[in-house]
Write a new protein. Structure first.
Ligand SMILES: Cc1cc2nc3c(=O)[nH]c(=O)nc-3n(C[C@H](O)[C@H](O)[C@H](O)COP(=O)(O)OP(=O)(O)OC[C@H]3O[C@@H](n4cnc5c(N)ncnc54)[C@H](O)[C@@H]3O)c2cc1C
Lengths: 274, 616
C-alpha cells in the first residue's frame, strides 16, 4: 500500500520563550518547534499499515510524508524519515501565506502525481485547531473520507474498516481505497491498527515509536524533494483573511464564595448559567 | 499507609548545553562528514541527542524510583531485576543508543566519542542502576574487541554490543580491592587447552541478571605457577552458560551467585558475590588466547581510560538532573518574603529562588555541572581529534591530554557530583529529603562513583605518580602552556579580564605545586606525596574547570553581541558568563589555598599516632 501523510510542525507548547503577539502577526523568533501530535499519530498509523510488526526493518509498502513550510521544517520531515517513512516532500511556503483550503488544493494536486492508495492526516493541528484539511481534501479529490479514526483495520488493502470517534461511541465505516482518513489520539493504542501483514493479536507499545539510531543514520540517504507551491496551484489566494492578532485575555482573578447559597446566587445573577 | 513510589520521569538534561559544547566551544562539528566520521552530519547529531533524550524520559526515567524501591532479588540462584527492566533493555537495544560510538564493523554507528559520551550522560542520568548492566556489557565487549582473538570477537562482540548477552568485569575479591594484585582466583590448564577457574569475586555489578540469555564474565585470575602480584594475572572469558563457536548455548558453567549486597544506592543494579568453580566445572579461556597469559593488567589498563571517563560521566548525568530538578522546585516553592520587606509580616510570599542563599546554591551547582561537563567534552574532543592528527607530535599531544585529564574527570567529576546532589537536597529543604522528589535517590546513587573503578584516591595517585611525569612531563607542560596562551589572549577582556588574570595566578601556583611534588619524589620525601595527592588533583581540576568555563564565557560574550533580544539563547549565553564569573571568584581561590597548604607541608595526619585518633 502507498500512503501519503501530511505533517506539520507546530510551536512547542513547552516553549520557555513565550509567544509574542503583535497586531500584525505572531512572532516566531526563537520558538522551538515539534511535529503536530496528531500528525505524528498519522505517521505511526501509516507505518503500522505498511510493515509486519515481527520484522519492522523490512518495509511492505511506501509512506511519503509531506509538509508545507520553510527550509527549517525539513528537520521535521527528517525525523519522520528516521522513524521509518520512506520519502519526504516539502512544499515551500510560510504559515502566514497558507490556510486549510490552499493546503487541501495543493495536496490534491500533489496526490495526482504521487497516486497514493490512502491519505492519512492528523484530525487537526494544535495551533489553529481548524480541523478542515482532511474534509476539504476528500471533497477536492472526490474520494471517500473517514475522519477522527480511533481504529483502522485493513481489508486486503482494498478497503479499510475505520472506527470513527464520535460523541458517545464509535461509528464503524467501511471505505474503499483510495480514501482520505484523519486520525484521533486512540489510533496509537496497542491494537488500534490492524494491517494485512501483522499477526492480528500483536500489541504495539502505546504511542508513537522511537526513532532508532540506525534509522536516523539511514534517513539522510532517503529522498527529500522540494516543490514550489505555485507549481501545484496557480491560485495561491487565501479563503481566510487575517484581520488582526491579539493574545487571549488574561484570566480574571477568581472570587471565594462563603456558602453554597452564595454560589448558586452568583451562578444565577453573574455567570447566568443557571 | 506509606505513599506509593511513582513511576514518573524526573530526569532532565540540558540539550542546549550539549549543543554548545559540541558545536560552539569544542567544535566537534568540524570533524563531521570527514574521515572516520564520514557518515555523520550536525543534524544527525542533534536528532540523535533529542531522540535519545526522549527515550530516556519515556522508558528508563520512569523506572528509576520504582526500581530503587524494589531492588533486585535472588531467586533459585538467579538474579531477578526490577519490574520493567526487561522491556527497557529490549527497547534500548532496538533503539540502538548503546552502539552509537561503536565502530561499524561491530554493528555500531561510529559517532564521535564526544557525542557518545553525551548519550551516556543521558542514559546514566535517567536511570543509573539500569544503565549499569548495559555499561558493563559494553565495557567487557570492548575488551574482547581490542584484545580478543578473531574467533572470540566473532563469537562475543556483536552479541554483547547488541544486548543479546550481558557482560561483567570481575576484579574485586574479599582481600583484593584497591590492591588488585593480591587476587587469589586460580586458573588451571586443562588437557583441551581451556582453563578451570576457581575462586570468589565480590561486588560484581550485573554479576547475574535476567535481561539477556547469557552473561559473559571477564575474570582476573592467576594461572598456576604464575608470578605473584599484578604481573601474574590473566583476564579470562568465563560465560555463565557455555557456548559453542556459533553461539549456541550449552551446559551451565558452574558460576553461582552466592549473595546480593544490600547497599546505599543503585539498588536496581545487582551487586553480586560470585563463586567460580564450586563444583570444579567452570571453564574459561584467556582473552586473546595463550599468548596473552599474564597480560591481564596491561589489558585492563588500556581499557581503563574509557571506563573511568564513563564513571565521571555517570556523576555529571545525575548531578545535572539534580540541579535542574532543584531549579524547577526553587522556581515553584513559595516561602518567606523578600529580604527587602523583612520587617513586614504581611509582605507577599516569594518563590525561594528569590532568596540570596538559594540563588548561591543554584549558581554553585550550575557552574560545577557545566564546568565539569565541559572538561569531559574537552577530553573526548582530544580523542576525536586523534585520528585527524597530521603528524605523530600532534597525535602525542592529544593522547597526552587524554591521559592527563582522565583522573580529573573521574575523581573531581564524581566528588563534585555527590556535592551537587547534596546541595540539591539542601535547596529543596525537607521535600528534598523525602522520596516525593528525586534528589535523595540521586545523592545515594551517586556516592558509589567515587569508589568503584579505582577509588578517587587511586585516581589522585595515578595523576601524581604516573601522569604528571608521563612523556618526561610534556603532557603537563602542554596543559599549563595552553592555559598560559588563553590567559595571554584574554587577560584584558572587558568583562572577564579579572577572572582570566586570576586563572593565570592559579596556573602559576599549579606549576609550583607540581614542582613541589617532583622535589618530594627526588628528595625521598615519599610520605608527603599521597598525603597531598588528593588535594593536588582537586586543585588541578578547579583550575581546569575555571579555564573551561572562562573559555565558554568568552565565546558566549561574543555571541551575545548578535543574538536577537527575544531569543532564548540570550539567557543561555548570559548564564555562561555568570557560571564562569562565579566559579572563578568563589571556587578558584581554593586552588591557590591548596598550593599554600602544600608549601606548608603539614604532616599532622602522618605524625598523629594511631592511638591518638581516639581512645575508644
Ligand atoms: C556497588 C559496587 C559495585 C561494584 N562493582 C564492581 C564490579 O563490577 N567489578 C569489580 O571488580 N569490582 C566492583 N566493585 C568493587 C570496587 O571496585 C571496590 O570496592 C574498590 O575498588 C575499592 O576496593 P575496596 O572496597 O576493597 O576498598 P579498599 O581497597 O579496602 O579501600 C578502602 C580505603 O582505603 C584506601 N586505600 C586502599 N589502598 C590504598 C593505598 N594503597 N593507598 C592509599 N589508600 C588506599 C581506599 O582509597 C579507600 O578509601 C564494586 C563496588 C561496589 C560497592
Amino acid at each position: 500500500m502507498k500512503i501519503l501523510v501530511s505533517l506539520k510542525r507546530v510551536a512547542d507548547p513547552d516553549n520557555a520563550n513565550k509567544i509574542k503577539v503583535t497586531p500584525q502577526k505572531i512572532e516566531t523568533t526563537g520558538l522551538e518547534f515539534k511535529p503536530n501530535p496528531f500528525d505524528e499519530y498519522a505517521v505511526e498509523t501509516a507505518l503500522r499499515l505498511t510493515e509486519n510488526a515481527a520484522n519492522t526493518k523490512q518495509r511492505l509498502g511506501e509512506v511519503t510524508v509531506v509538509t508545507f513550510g520553510p527550509k527549517e521544517a525539513e528537520s521535521t520531515l527528517r525525523a519522520a524519515l528516521a522513524t521509518g517513512a520512506d520519502k519526504a516532500i516539502r512544499v515551500d511556503a510560510t504559515d502566514d501565506a497558507l490556510d486549510g483550503d490552499l493546503v487541501a488544493r495543493a495536496l490534491a494536486k500533489l496526490i495526482e502525481t504521487e497516486k497514493p492508495d490512502l491519505v492519512l492526516l492528523g484530525k487537526q493541528e494544535v495551533e489553529g485547531d481548524a480541523n478542515q484539511v482532511a474534509q476539504l481534501l476528500a471533497e477536492y479529490l472526490g474520494w471517500p473520507q473517514a475522519t477522527f479514526a480511533g481504529s483502522i483495520k485493513s481489508e486486503g488493502d482494498t478497503a479499510l474498516l475505520v472506527g470513527r470517534e464520535i460523541d458517545g461511541g464509535t461509528m464503524n465505516l467501511r471505505v474503499t481505497l483510495p480514501a482520505v482518513v484523519s486520525v484521533d489520539l486512540r489510533i496509537v493504542a496497542p491494537r488500534s491498527v490492524q494491517s494485512v501483514h501483522t499477526k492480528a493479536d500483536h500489541a504495539y507499545p502505546e504511542g508513537v515509536r522511537f526513532a532508532a539510531l540506525m534509522a536516523i543514520m539511514a534517513a539522510k540517504k532517503k529522498s527529500l524533494t522540494e516543490v514550489k507551491l505555485t507549481d501545484l496551484t496557480g491560485d495561491v489566494g487565501l479563503k481566510i483573511k487575517y484581520t488582526g492578532f491579539e493574545p487571549p485575555p488574561a484570566r480574571k482573578a477568581g472570587v471565594k464564595v462563603k456558602s453554597v447559597s452564595e454560589l448558586v446566587e452568583k451562578l444565577k445573577t453573574e455567570a447566568k448559567v443557571l | 499507609m506509606s505513599k506509593p513510589i511513582q513511576a514518573i520521569n524526573r530526569y532532565k538534561a540540558d540539550l542546549r548545553d550539549f549543543q554548545f559544547l559540541l558545536f560552539e566551544q569544542f567544535k566537534v562539528g568540524e570533524l563531521l562528514g570527514k574521515g572516520v566520521f564520514e557518515a555523520w552530519d550536525a543534524e544527525q547529531v542533534n536528532v540523535s541527542l533529542a531522540e535519545c533524550y526522549r527515550w530516556t524520559r519515556e522508558v528508563a526515567g520512569p523506572l528509576n524510583a520504582p526500581a530503587d524501591a524494589e531492588g533486585c532479588k535472588l531467586v533459585d540462584g538467579r538474579v531477578i531485576t526490577p519490574k520493567g527492566f526487561k522491556e527497557a533493555w529490549k527497547s534500548l537495544y532496538e533503539a540502538g543508543w548503546k552502539s552509537i560510538g561503536i565502530a561499524p564493523e561491530h554493528g555500531g554507528a561510529g559517532s564521535p566519542v564526544s557525542v557518545q559520551i553525551l548519550v551516556e550522560e543521558m542514559l546514566s542520568g535517567a536511570n543509573t542502576a539500569f544503565n549499569m548492566y548495559s555499561g558493563l556489557a559494553f565495557g567487557a565487549s570492548e575488551v574482547i574487541a581490542s584484545f580478543g582473538t578473531t574467533d572470540q570477537q566473532h563469537l562475543y562482540c556483536a552479541r554483547m554490543f547488541g544486548g543479546e548477552w550481558g557482560g561483567t568485569m570481575c576484579l574485586t575479591e574479599p582481600h583484593a580491592g584497591s590492591d588488585v594484585g593480591s587476587a587469589k582466583t586460580t586458573a588451571r590448564l586443562n588437557a583441551d587447552g581451556t582453563y578451570s577457574i576457581k575462586g570468589t569475586k565480590i561486588y560484581i555489578s550485573g554479576g547475574d541478571h535476567d535481561l539477556a540469555s547469557n552473561v559473559i564474565h571477564l575474570v582476573l585470575a592467576r594461572v598456576d605457577g604464575a608470578p605473584a602480584g599484578t604481573k601474574g594475572l590473566t583476564l579470562f572469558i568465563v560465560p555463565r552458560v557455555r557456548t559453542s563457536g556459533d553461539g549456541t548455548l550449552g551446559a551451565d558453567n558452574d558460576v553461582t551467585v552466592a549473595a546480593l549486597e544490600h547497599k546505599m544506592g543503585i539498588n536496581g543494579s545487582a551487586t553480586c558475590v560470585l563463586n567460580f568453580g564450586d563444583n570444579d566445572a567452570c571453564i574459561g579461556v584467556p582473552v586473546g588466547g595463550d599468548s596473552e597469559l599474564n597480560k591481564g593488567m596491561p589489558q585492563m589498563f588500556k581499557m581503563m581510560n574509557g571506563a573511568r571517563i564513563a564513571v565521571g560521566v555517570q556523576g555529571i548525568g545525575v548531578a545535572s538532573s539534580a540541579y535542574l530538578n532543584a531549579l524547577e522546585y526553587a522556581r515553584d516553592r513559595k516561602q518567606g518574603a523578600s529580604i527587602t520587606h523583612w520587617k513586614d509580616a504581611t509582605a507577599p510570599r516569594v518563590s525561594i529562588i528569590e532568596h540570596a542563599d538559594v540563588r548561591r546554591m543554584l549558581l554553585d551547582m550550575k557552574s560545577r555541572v557545566e564546568g565539569i561537563r565541559a572538561l569531559v567534552v574537552k577530553l573526548t574532543s582530544h580523542i576525536d581529534r586523534l585520528t585527524f592528527a597530521k603528524d605523530d607530535a600532534e597525535a602525542a599531544y592529544h593522547q597526552g591530554q587524554v591521559d592527563l585529564l582522565v583522573p580529573l574527570v573521574k575523581a573531581y567529576g564524581t566528588d563534585q557530583a555527590f556535592r551537587v546532589c547534596e546541595t540539591a537536597i539542601q535547596t529543596y529543604g525537607g521535600a528534598g529529603y523525602t522520596r516525593d522528589y528525586p534528589v535523595e535517590q540521586y545523592c545515594r546513587d551517586c556516592k558509589i562513583f567515587s569508589i568503584y573503578e579505582g577509588t578517587n584516591h587511586i585516581q589522585a595517585m595515578d595523576l601524581v605518580g604516573r601522569k604528571l611525569g608521563q612523556a618526561g612531563g610534556a603532557n603537563l607542560q602542554a596543559f599549563l602552556g595552553d592555559i598560559a596562551k588563553f590567559v595571554a589572549a584574554h587577560k584584558d577582556h572587558a568583562k572577564l579580564g579579572a577572572s582570566v588574570r586570576a586563572l593565570g595566578g592559579a596556573q602559576e601556583a599549579l606549576g609550583g605545586s607540581a614542582l613541589k611534588l617532583l622535589m618530594w619524589f627526588q628528595t625521598g620525601n615519599m610520605a608527603a606525596v599521597p598525603l597531598y595527592a588528593t588535594r593536588f588533583l582537586e586543585m588541578m581540576s578547579e583550575i581546569a574547570v575555571a579555564w573551561m568555563l572562562l573559555d565558554a564565557a568568552i565565546i558566549a560574550d561574543t555571541k551575545l553581541q548578535t543574538v536577537e533580544p527575544g531569543h532564548p539563547d540570550k539567557a543561555f549565553y548570559e548564564g555562561k558568563l555568570f557560571s564562569a564569573m562565579y566559579y572563578a571568584r568563589s571556587v578558584l581561590p581554593a586552588a591557590e589555598l591548596k598550593a599554600r597548604q602544600m608549601n606548608d607541608e603539614d604532616k599532622s595526619p602522618l605524625e598523629i599516632s594511631d592511638a591518638a585518633f581516639a581512645t575508644v
